[in-house]
Design a protein. Structure first.
Length: 154
């Protein structure tokens, strides 16, 4: 089976996608397949599909524009629209937005510096707030993490 046939034989509708997912899950939970092998293969497929999607996106847009702004095809709804719109205010000459941007940068840096400090605390510490004159207690930052699997296709 070549790659195009593989794609054409894959799931296309919402129900087919759910069936695909459930079949994989069932094969693992019933002990028929090695979950690590399937995860590596699925990650490789994901990487291959992401690259293929990126490489044909321009061609697909050109084809979609022949059909109009919004249409249904191949069991999917397709909308041609502006995506990822970005506004740039740095060249507007507006001094107010420039001041706000500078203040935002300063606040962001101050926040990161304080977060870095709080990460170093091993136990609670008391400080004097020089602005208010109050003594306050600071506790170490709480850290949460989740163990997972990182897969890099080589």
């Amino acid at each position: 089976m070549n790659n195009i046939e593989l794609i054409k034989s894959g799931p296309q509708t919402g129900d087919q996608i759910l069936d695909f997912q459930n079949e994989i899950l069932d094969s693992v939970t019933n002990g028929f397949e090695d979950p690590l092998f399937l995860l590596v293969k699925l990650k490789a497929f994901t990487k291959a599909l992401d690259g293929a999607i990126d490489s044909i996106q321009e061609y697909a847009l050109s084809e979609a524009q022949k059909h109009g702004k919004s249409f249904a095809i191949y069991g999917a709804k397709v909308d041609v629209k502006e995506m990822g719109t970005k506004w740039f205010f740095d060249k507007t000459g507006d001094p107010i937005i420039a001041r706000i941007a500078e203040q935002k940068d300063q606040i962001g840096k101050a926040e990161k510096d304080r977060q870095s400090f709080l990460k170093t605390l091993k136990e609670k510490v008391s400080f004097l707030d020089e602005e208010s004159g109050e003594v306050f207690t600071v506790y170490p930052a709480r850290k949460e993490s989740k163990t997972g699997i990182a897969i890099s296709i080589i």
